[in-house]
Design a protein around this ligand. Structure first.
Ligand code: ZN
Length: 316
């Protein structure tokens, strides 16, 4: 699924390629945005029994899961339930893919069951991971943003589910995506700053993260969140890569930054504990069961792994 990161040498920046192949950033089906308003094409595609539809209900779709692999279970358009439809794209063979937000088909084949992005995402092919991420993001949005923020009228899906329009005042509304930053902070000894959010279970730690505020750059959000949560000042904020995280509607922007000092003072409201870990500290803490790291589907896992220099030990 992913390129293994090579050994990291102390104090060096993470290679740009270290974050290639992020679990939910692998889509390879052309989104075909120009076809979203082509009503004749859309009608013909929906009438074509070769068209494949993913049904999404509450963030889950049917997948066949076995032995560390997953495949999306598509239905032909005639078997899709009623619900908002969205064109996901067209592949190199001309096969059209749609999503529908509606009840999952009952009584699937043996071995096929409902699975979330978090569970199936890392196990799916590039094609299926991209389709499911796209479909879940749109389904989540349609489920929540049903009314016009200007006048309160119910809005209608347009552009094959990629926008909604108010029939009263004509305003158009687009899927909401909340940018959030996540950052590996290292000290001069190349130790990593890991913290436990106050709402997480005991032992679970990760790198620091937070939402980008209105009128703020992602780099400013990195410096502000790290300072608020741990009192650590950072410099050399470097962008690493991004991954959609539609649970329900985030885009995770990954960074690394250098700590100016090492004295941590946690914001007890948000962070229960935070400390510096060398690679040896991390191995030992995971091996003894004192630490649980974020799962492979997350950008946090991949950033920590890139710093660590090889596959992370432990289970999640
Ligand atoms: Zn309106």
């Amino acid at each position: 699924m992913s390129k293994r990161a090579g050994p990291a040498s102390a104090g060096r920046g993470l290679a740009g390629l270290a974050l290639s192949g992020l679990a939910l950033a692998r889509g390879d089906v052309d989104r075909s945005a120009h076809l979203r308003t082509d009503l004749d094409w859309l009608r013909a595609a929906w009438a074509d029994q070769g068209t494949r539809v993913i049904v999404v209900e509450r963030g889950q779709a049917l997948s066949e899961l076995d032995d560390g692999e997953a495949r999306l279970e598509f239905v032909p358009p005639a078997e899709a339930p009623d619900g908002v439809q969205f064109l996901l794209g067209v592949d190199d063979d001309g096969v059209a893919y749609f999503g529908v937000a509606g009840p999952l088909p009952g009584q699937p084949r043996p071995g096929v069951r409902a699975a979330s992005l978090r569970e199936a995402g890392p196990l799916l092919s590039d094609r299926d991971a991209g389709l499911l991420t796209h479909a879940v993001a749109l389904a989540n949005w349609h489920e929540t943003f049903t009314h016009c923020p200007r006048c309160g009228s119910p809005t209608d899906p347009v552009a094959s589910g990629h926008a909604r329009k108010c029939p009263v005042d004509g305003s158009e509304h687009f899927p909401r995506v909340d940018p959030a930053m996540i950052v590996l902070v290292t000290d001069p000894a190349d130790r990593a700053l890991l913290a436990r959010n106050a709402m997480w279970p005991q032992r679970r730690v990760s790198i620091l993260a937070g939402f980008v505020e209105a009128g703020e750059s992602a780099e400013q959000a990195v410096a502000r969140e790290v300072a608020e949560e741990t009192s650590i000042a950072v410099s050399a904020v470097t962008y690493l890569g991004s991954q959609p995280w539609p649970m329900p509607q985030s885009l995770m922007l990954g960074f690394q930054a250098a700590a100016v000092g090492t004295e941590i003072k946690v914001d007890a409201d948000e962070i229960a504990e935070a400390r510096w870990y060398s690679r040896a500290d991390l191995s030992a803490a995971v091996a003894s069961g004192d630490l649980l790291l974020p799962p492979p589907v997350s950008i946090a896992h991949r950033i920590i792994q890139s710093w660590y220099g090889s596959e992370l030990p432990g289970s999640w």
